[in-house]
Design a protein around this ligand. Structure first.
Ligand SMILES: Nc1nc2c(c(=O)[nH]1)N[C@H]1C(S)=C(S)[C@@H](COP(=O)(O)O)O[C@H]1N2
Ligand SMILES: [Mo]
Length: 575
């Protein structure tokens, strides 16, 4: 048994508090990743609430009002701090007591988490992770605070000849116990500090005799070692706590998102006719499920915007600046629209395109309320994370379904796709129109303002180019000889696809059969049902013609500065 009664009580309290803080913040962080309600402190708090007799609860509500939750959490934190202090004391006496105490503490957390309604086995992970890391920190701090005493470690101090390095209290390397463990004879001379004055303060306190008998070990209190370790522990707890808070912010916004009830459109769109989807396996479905929808943005960590805090400011060249809340937006006439979104960075044949049924309000109507001045030609929209897009005013005002959207395929906008509100403008690439997490629209001029991508090598304006893609067969696929389905999608948003043609091995262009499209703003599926594939290697090409009569060019252009051109061409091996 160790008996380190000479460790000052502030030091053992510090060991307990730092270990406890690390345990709590690590569990917060892991709960943020696993399940935010599995944060044991909150689980214990909820259990306390549930177990509190009704009269006491009513008294608490009467006394603390809306602050009752904060008072409860503060109370729990105080109790935990007291327990942590006791754990630190116990651990300094004998590490095993401290470990056992921490384990018991963790058990309370596990029980609280598991008895919450709807909990599952994974919900214990945050508590176990917190207690596990807390134990490691506890052991580490105790070892830093209590070092083998040099006086018993032989003649190290004399052998190294250092002046001012005697005593146990100056080396803080993590391996120092081993370096000078008593009686091993492996003592290594340590360098003498070139600045003896820096060592002066680290001599053992004369009031605190450094040598204690602890079982067979001679131990001394290392004040500096402990303080540096504690600072490390506090830093760790700080990082884990901040990251944990960021993650639980995510949970809060997710909760707010599930709480959104989408308003009904003034004129609901009819359900999509069956004819929009040819239902061919391997062909992109007409509606892209939200989970499969491509995602493109510059953000490292997706902005977490609570709809209750969200506002949209419309200002600049307007007669009446407007500020809208989420509630204001939901009260306006709601519009539904099927729009295919496409990224300018989509290579010919690429995946950065998707189609959804969006729900929102007319951006043009909101702008009419603000009164756009006639010299203005650009809407500079800004997102919560500071990204910007420049959209031509005339495009938005020409009657197309340009939206401030909050719904996507029947749900609130997914957070990754711009929750709570984004822009959707049919016919324009996303980088000049589709601002996610939009919070600000400045009505301005292209010759006065520049959006994010413009100085980075992309055109200020980005109408979508007429394009087509072969989904089936896949490029490089092997297919059996005989009747083979060739199918894909084609798009020319806000013009509409009029025809799609396919040719094999540079032969005759053949008309593909087109699926329906509800409007000119969506892509259109196409299929060639009766290609009779003969054994060997073949190339297949596709081209689309839009309703203006324009047939997509064969000329290859790369994505910058304003979208790729060329025909999607694939190779297949027929066997
Ligand atoms: N805030 C923000 N909005 C943004 C972007 C961005 O980087 N930041 N990228 C745009 C681009 S380039 C495209 S193609 C679309 C993609 O929208 P999605 O991720 O919902 O498919 O979002 C647009 N909106
Ligand atoms: Mo994009």
């Amino acid at each position: 048994m160790q008996s380190n009664k000479r460790v000052p009580s502030w030091a053992s309290a510090l060991i307990g508090l730092v270990s406890g803080a690390v345990a709590v913040t690590v569990s917060l962080l892991v709960a943020g990743l696993v399940n935010p309600v599995a944060f044991p402190v909150v689980a214990v708090g909820n259990s306390v609430v549930d177990l509190t007799p009704a009269p006491l609860k009513e008294w608490a509500i009467r006394t603390f009002g809306e602050n009752d939750k904060i008072v409860l959490l503060a109370g729990i934190l105080l109790v935990m701090a007291a327990i942590a202090v006791a754990l630190g004391r116990a651990a300094v006496r004998d590490l095993r007591y401290g470990m056992a105490g921490l384990a018991a503490f963790g058990l309370v957390g596990v029980v609280a988490v598991l008895t919450r309604p709807g909990s599952g086995p994974v919900d214990v992970i945050p508590t176990l992770a917190g207690v596990g890391i807390g134990m490691l920190i506890l052991r580490w701090l105790v070892r830093r605070a209590l070092v083998p005493d040099d006086a018993s470690a032989g003649s190290y101090a004399r052998a190294s000849g250092g002046v001012g390095v005697a005593g146990a209290a100056h080396d803080n390397g993590p391996g120092r116990q081993e370096e000078v463990s008593p009686g091993t004879g492996r003592e290594r001379p340590r360098p003498v500090s070139p600045e003896p004055s820096a060592e002066a303060g680290e001599r053992p306190d004369p009031q605190m005799p450094p040598v204690m008998r602890a079982g067979n070990d001679l131990r001394a209190f290392d004040r500096r070692g402990l303080l540096i370790g504690a600072a490390g522990g506090v830093a760790l707890a700080g990082v884990a706590g901040l990251a944990g808070r960021a993650f639980s912010g995510r949970a809060e916004v997710n909760a707010a998102r599930s709480g959104v009830t989408l308003p009904l459109p003034a004129k609901p769109l009819p359900a999509l006719p069956a004819e929009v989807d040819l239902r061919i396996r391997g062909l992109s479905s007409f509606v892209t499920p939200n989970n499969d929808f491509y995602r493109v943005d510059t953000t490292l960590s997706v902005p977490q915007v609570d709809p209750r805090d969200w506002t949209l400011t419309i200002h600049g060249m307007v007669d009446r600046p407007v500020e809208l809340t989420f509630a204001d937006l939901m009260k306006r006439a709601v519009v539904e629209a099927d729009v295919t979104l496409c990224c300018v960075s989509n290579e010919v044949g690429g995946p950065y395109i998707g189609n959804a049924r969006w729900l929102g309000v007319s951006l043009a109507a909101v702008l009419r309320d603000a009164g756009v001045q006639k010299d203005a030609d650009m809407l500079l929209s800004t997102s919560a994370d500071g990204w910007t897009a420049g959209t031509p005013v005339d495009v938005v005002m020409d009657g197309r379904d340009a939206l401030l959207a909050f719904g996507m395929n029947g749900e609130a906008l997914p957070v990754d796709h711009g929750f709570p509100v984004r822009q959707v403008v049919p016919g324009l690439y996303g980088y000049v129109s589709a601002t996610k997490w939009v919070t600000d629209i400045k009505v301005t001029r292209f010759d006065e303002d520049e959006a994010y991508w413009t100085p980075r090598g992309w055109s200020a304006k980005g109408p979508i180019k007429t394009q087509s893609r072969i989904d089936l067969p896949g490029d490089g696929a092997s297919v059996p000889a005989g009747k083979t389905v060739v199918a894909g999608v084609a798009w020319a948003q806000h013009k509409g696809v009029d025809a799609v043609e396919v040719r094999v091995d540079q032969g005759e262009w053949r008309q593909a059969r087109l699926a329906e499209a509800p409007t000119a703003d969506t892509w259109r599926q196409w299929v060639l049902d009766d290609w009779d594939a003969t054994p060997g290697e073949h190339t297949i090409e596709v081209r689309a013609t839009d309703t203006t009569g324009y047939t997509q060019t064969a000329e290859r252009a790369s994505v910058a500065p304003d979208g790729a051109t060329g025909r999607h061409t694939i190779r297949v091996r027929v066997t």
